[in-house]
Design a protein. Structure first.
Length: 559
């Protein structure tokens, strides 16, 4: 007699008609036992790859998750999906696969889970797009399930300083302008990534790990534990046990992910100076949940949320330091103290987010998370701008920049590679507004991140004098006066397609404006004369993605 908790999998495993299915599941020494088949079957969705450090350790964590599931009376079945390393592909044609992979992660987890009719799911993620991709799948499936983040890399040590991959990218610009030698660059390369784990600052991976924990779909206290910390195996084991509790109580994502919990997650992104990609991914998660949420909502939350957490790229510390200070629970407690947390929202544990936050530890003397009475900045790290260059909006990360206004001549580029060559060649001048177009969701396709460009600008000593705008994206490691997600994008006839060299662009954060100093008639005349370029890909996954993807202002979703 199968367990009554096999709400879905009994259709696959039970009864004389399912004899063939049981035979295949019970194959030889590697298969399941009759006793295994009588228990709830839990999918363990793994984004493991051995390409780079971010997801390298997820096999180990998946084994611990499975131990926890078995200990709590379930039968785990692990399966794998894809991941694209942003840091490795950055600046190349391969980077176009990154955002596309978010949809494939979500689609593949949904397919395998629906196909096998699992009773629950634990989804492991690490590199940037795998975090929202796994959560998007759990929202679609709406069965008892939770997300686990693999954890951050530890910082490297170079010339007596802690370093992250951000420092390596910026060193490319320093080498180009002669600030460091090739020997120093090679030494930094050997020390920038000292072990497994996702990139160490409050870049996109850690931004989204923070967000999904405050969203309630990841266990409180799980995300900020570094990848190689001795506690990480315990976190994974407990996650396996927890999903069985969720199965028992039929606790599902639709009970956890609400308008209010999304606002909680966005507040956590704002207060930590998180990545601009958080805007894109939270819009996508809200879309999957059928919850109306727009980019303007980000501004409203950002305006009322102080920046309280001193993390790179704009601050001093990395994720491992945040863990020592008290972790994501301490950040959540600060939001609770400030009256910025919807405290009654349910989490995967069955407790509310307010109850979880109230139990947060704080290490005496820590300097990472500021008190409410002494914020780093009175508002959050992300601002939504609009204007005649971005009627549908765009996003700027102010946590990592001191400027609020920039006015200067446009230097227009049709692709990222041409821009990088211009920076290395010394062709960008102080005061310029570097504009990179046809890198949007459809135009790229795939909306490449521009960390190579932004890091080169900083490394070349232009970080405080040059602005950049693009219909592409930025890495969470980006710092400087950088505007991304310009919508509508150039490939779909957005005003950025009409921009020309030496046009004067004004970016005004205080007034939330981004404009080119052209009359409405002139802008319209140029756009009327514009013709769409030929698609860069006509077959395969990129072509399918370009045809179906929505605007960045809607989360760049495909369904």
């Amino acid at each position: 007699m199968s367990s009554k908790l096999k709400r879905y999998s009994y259709v696959i495993t039970d009864g004389p008609d399912r004899a063939a299915a049981r035979a295949m599941l019970m194959f030889g020494d590697g298969g399941l036992s009759p006793e295994d088949l009588d228990k709830p079957i839990i999918g363990v969705a793994n984004t493991w790859i051995e390409i780079g450090p971010c997801n390298f350790h997820l096999r180990r964590l998946a084994a611990k998750v499975k131990e926890g599931i078995r200990a709590a009376g379930g039968t785990p079945l692990e399966f794998n999906t894809v991941s694209i390393s942003d840091g490795i592909t950055m600046g190349s044609e391969g980077m176009k696969a990154s955002l596309v992979s978010r949809e494939i992660v979500a689609d593949s987890i949904e397919l395998v889970t629906r196909g096998n009719m699992f009773d629950g799911v634990v989804a492991l993620s690490a590199c940037d797009k795998t975090v929202p991709g796994t959560v998007m799948a759990l929202v679609r499936l709406d069965i008892p399930s939770l997300a686990i983040y693999g954890g951050s890399i530890m910082p490297g040590r170079f010339q007596g300083q802690d370093v992250t991959i951000q420092d390596v990218f910026e060193a490319v610009g320093k080498h180009a302008n002669g600030t460091i030698t090739v020997e120093e660059l090679d030494d930094l390369v050997s020390k920038g990534c000292p072990g497994p784990g996702a990139c160490g600052g409050q870049f996109t991976a850690n931004t989204m790990a923070t967000a999904i924990e405050v969203l309630g779909i990841a266990p409180m206290g799980s995300g900020s534990v570094p990848a190689v910390h001795p506690d990480k195996d315990r976190v994974a084991f407990e996650a396996g046990k927890l999903v069985m509790d969720m199965v028992e109580h039929d606790r599902r994502p639709s009970q956890i992910i609400t308008r209010q919990s999304i606002e909680n997650a966005v507040a956590s992104i704002a207060t930590t100076g998180g990545s601009t990609n958080g805007v894109l991914h939270m819009l996508a998660i809200a879309n999957e949940a059928g919850i109306p949420f727009e980019i303007e909502d980000f501004h409203q939350i950002n305006a009322r949320t102080p920046t309280l957490v001193d993390l790179k790229p704009g601050g001093r510390f990395v994720a491992a330091d945040l863990h020592q200070a008290g972790g994501i629970p301490l950040v959540t407690q600060r939001l609770l103290e400030a009256g910025l947390l919807h405290a009654d929202e349910l989490t995967v544990t069955g407790d509310t987010i307010g109850e979880e936050a109230s139990r947060a530890p704080e290490t005496e003397g820590q300097e990472v998370v500021y008190p409410i009475s002494d914020p780093i900045k009175p508002t959050g790290g992300l601002v939504i701008l609009r204007g005649n260059l971005a009627p549908d909006g765009c996003v700027i990360k102010v946590a990592a920049s001191k400027r609020t206004v920039h006015r200067g001549p446009a230097r227009v580029f049709e692709r990222e590679e041409d821009t990088f060559a211009a920076i290395k060649g010394g062709k960008i001048n102080p005061g310029d507004v570097v504009a990179i177009r046809y890198e949007g969701p459809a135009g790229g396709p795939g909306m490449r991140e521009m960390l190579g460009i932004t890091a080169a600008i900083v490394g070349a000593g232009l970080g405080e004098s040059v602005a950049l705008l693009t219909d592409g994206r930025f890495s969470g490691a980006t710092r400087g006066f950088m505007v991304g997600h310009v919508a509508p994008e150039a490939a779909r006839g957005g005003p950025i397609a009409a921009l020309q060299d030496d046009d004067i662009v004004v970016i005004d954060v205080a007034n939330r404006r981004i404009d080119v100093e052209l009359s409405e008639d002139e802008l319209r005349t140029r756009l009327d004369a514009w013709t769409a370029p030929e698609p860069r890909y006509t077959r395969g996954v990129f072509a399918k993605y370009a045809k179906s993807v929505s605007s960045a202002s809607e989360g760049a979703v495909t369904g």
